[in-house]
Design a protein around this ligand. Sequence first.
Ligand code: GLA
Length: 346
Amino acid sequence: MKAFAPGRVNLIGDHTDYTFGLAMPMALDLGTEVTFASDPESRVIELSSSIEPDLVRLVVPVGGGVASGVACTSDELPRWGRIVAVLAELVGVGCGGKGTVTTTLPVGAGLSSSASLTVGLGLALGFSGTALELALACQQAEQAATGVKGGLLDQLAITCSEPGHGLLLDFETLGMRGVRMPKGCSVVIAHCGVTRSLVGSEYTARSNECAAAEQIIGPLRHADLHDVDRLDNPVLRKRARHVVTENRRVGEFAEARESGDLRSAGLLMNESHTSLAVDYEVSIPELDSLVASLRACPGCYGARLTGAGFGGCAVALFEREAVVLPLAGVERAWVAEASGAARLLA
Ligand code: GLA
């Protein structure tokens, strides 16, 4: 089997998925390719990766409830091997085989290299089920392997996107709708040069702060700014304000894109960055200055950090004709094409 799973860039709606809010990512043309040839005579899965120093060697069937938690997985496995172990159990892989992983995605850049790897592995190991089921299985695998309770944004973007469209996601209903890319604009991604990982970041702290706010004012998805004002703790108030206003921005961004109002869409991206930087405190100086440089380029409608933050990439909306690479003052930037969902290639 040979599978391709794209990365994703999140156009707007960050840190909203784990409180069942809204987001609009799009799948990228960059991604992870996984090949796997199963061998009915073997009971060992052997995988190598072009970007991971360690080989994965795993005896199947993987039992013992690996999928229910990292504690059950072998300490000898590298982290990506733990993802393989959980997937092998969830998929019910019964025989061994050999495979390789290659990727065109920058790792630790906020473009979901990890979810892309997980989805690619899931497909190559023979997952059968709907795109939603694949997303949920991959979320479970990553959570069990890393111990970080990430949301569903990355996996849904990777398993459900359509070419040429952003994907408007509602994490409460798991409803989704493709929103066509307006004509005459380009999505530009730029890397701030600082890589990061969710493990060891303040991601879990933010998710806990949201949970603490919800204990007081109820689900953030249904809260408004009056509810937010009832929070006495200033930190919780800021976190909740980000989530409540970000959900509103996602809805307005979808409308602006559908009506071709790129100026409004860009302004919403700018507001989103400010909210992530000031209220949610997940930006870093390198990302702030990258966003400022992108906005200073001719033809830029708006720019924001994308993904979890703490490093990685920014995303910007540009007038198509105005994008002439390299952009002034921005070192690592490229134009992103909205690609389709993860798929089997052979
Ligand atoms: C990471 C997580 C996602 C989401 C984003 C922030 O990419 O994996 O679930 O929470 O951060 O929007």
